[in-house]
Design a protein around this ligand. Structure first.
Ligand code: G3I
Length: 386
């Protein structure tokens, strides 16, 4: 086991105990104060040390998606963010950055051509401000979760362009000064590195030049927000991330206000950890861009009894640790977000039959080894950075 240099006497507490337990240690019996791995998990601790956001280095934000909309609407529970008090408490205590999971997507913000609905998004941004959190805005230009009036409408190119300009100007303008980073574009390339010119209405109808326009409009509406290209499957150096690398160079050469490149990191134990993550983030960092991990989760095949094995939980923890460590190792990667923190509300079992347990806490908010892996990786980085 690594020596734990940063632990002082005053921290000889639950969190220290978590750190001192090697990943391979035999699990103690689970009870109210111990997770399935035997680690101490005080359910209602108010102690500062007991929080991911406290463990993080200064100027590094640790984030989560805020559950609501999307797949949640099909489940037999009420809206998590507005109805689950415990959820809100953990959200406030543990995280320093929040990303609306669905509530800032077109179908929620812009339900009719001439009507915006900011109710849910406003509540999230207000919550974040009350709790000293930054917000990642998600997302302005995407092929998915667009309202029917838009996808099925009959618009001229000039009208479509004006619709997009108005949306970006209105939405980014409304939250000007209150959003840390915007995913201006989301998932604009396919796996082969080709622009999605068929299923993305903007690219199909208006051509690739609309990407630069979107960044310019967003920057005009909020000159302080960091503007990102965001996608999945771009953790490694591959055809898709190469396409982003070329696009980034082009946009920067053209003076477009592009500030960052981010990778979602929806990972699975069925595939190896993307070992090239750090190298890939670093090449974008070398272009002068900020980088971020924006949606990390690690799914697995759930055994028939519904409980992941200790070995699966250990492996999952190691993926989370590596993902976070890769970001921490790159100077301009100062934002790391997980796509939900409790399995209770994860999108994974809804999309991947037989898979689940992808987040860092169980349905009842018991911390998994993955939670402790994040905590100790943050704490170590905080200590190393002095
Ligand atoms: O399209 C149907 C609509 O016709 C129907 O009326 C409605 C009724 O509930 O369901 C609609 O589809 C849902 C969709 O959200 C739109 O709200 C899907 O069933 C639902 O599964 C979907 O879930 C969201 C998903 O994005 C959509 O792509 C998830 O909640 C959300 O977690 C997920 O988040 C994405 C990120 O934005 C981008 N990166 C990947 C990540 C995970 O897929």
């Amino acid at each position: 086991m690594q020596p734990i240099r940063f632990v002082t006497a005053t921290l000889a507490t639950a969190a220290t105990a978590a750190l001192l337990l090697p990943l391979g240690a035999a699990p103690a019996a689970a009870d109210r104060h111990h997770g399935p791995d035997g680690r101490h998990t005080p359910p209602h601790s108010n102690a500062k040390f007991d929080r991911l956001r406290w463990a993080a280095p200064e100027d590094f934000v640790i984030g989560t998606a805020v559950a609501g909309g999307g797949h949640h609407l099909e489940q037999d529970y009420p809206d998590p963010f507005t109805s689950d008090g415990r959820y809100r408490r953990v959200l406030a205590q543990q995280f320093s950055s929040v990303s609306p999971e669905n509530q800032m997507k077109w179908e929620y913000l812009h339900p009719e051509r001439d009507r915006y609905d900011f109710a849910m998004a406003d509540r999230i941004v207000d919550f974040a401000e009350r709790n000293g959190q930054v917000v990642r805005g998600h997302t302005l230009l995407w092929h998915s979760q667009n309202p029917a009036w838009l996808e099925e409408g009959d618009f001229t190119d000039a009208e479509l362009r004006e619709i997009l300009r108005d949306h970006i100007t209105t939405v980014v303008g409304r939250y000007s000064g209150r959003i840390h980073q915007w995913d201006v574009t989301n998932e604009i390339f396919d796996e082969a590195g080709n622009l999605r010119t068929e299923d993305n209405i903007w690219l199909r109808e208006l051509g690739p030049g609309v990407i630069a326009d979107a960044f310019r409009w967003a920057h005009e509406a909020d000159p302080h927000a960091e503007l990102f290209l965001n996608d999945y499957g771009v953790e490694e150096v591959n055809a898709k991330s190469d396409a982003y690398y070329e696009l980034s160079q082009q946009l920067l050469a053209d003076g477009v206000p592009l500030h960052g490149f981010s990778t979602q990191a929806h990972l699975s134990l069925n595939y190896p950890f993307p070992a090239g993550l750090e190298e890939n983030l670093r090449r974008f960092d070398d272009l002068g861009l900020a980088t971020a991990v924006t949606e990390m989760d690690v799914r697995m095949n759930v055994p028939e009894n519904g409980r992941p094995t200790a070995a699966q939980l250990r492996e999952q923890a190691d993926y989370y640790r590596q993902g976070l460590a890769a970001c921490l190792a790159v100077e301009g990667c100062d934002s790391f977000t997980i796509w939900g923190f409790t399995d209770k509300y994860s999108w994974v079992p809804v999309f991947f039959e037989g898979e689940g347990s992808a987040t860092v806490m169980t349905d009842d908010y018991t911390r998994k080894p993955a939670y402790h892996a994040l905590w100790s990786t943050l704490k170590r980085a905080e200590y190393d950075r002095g």
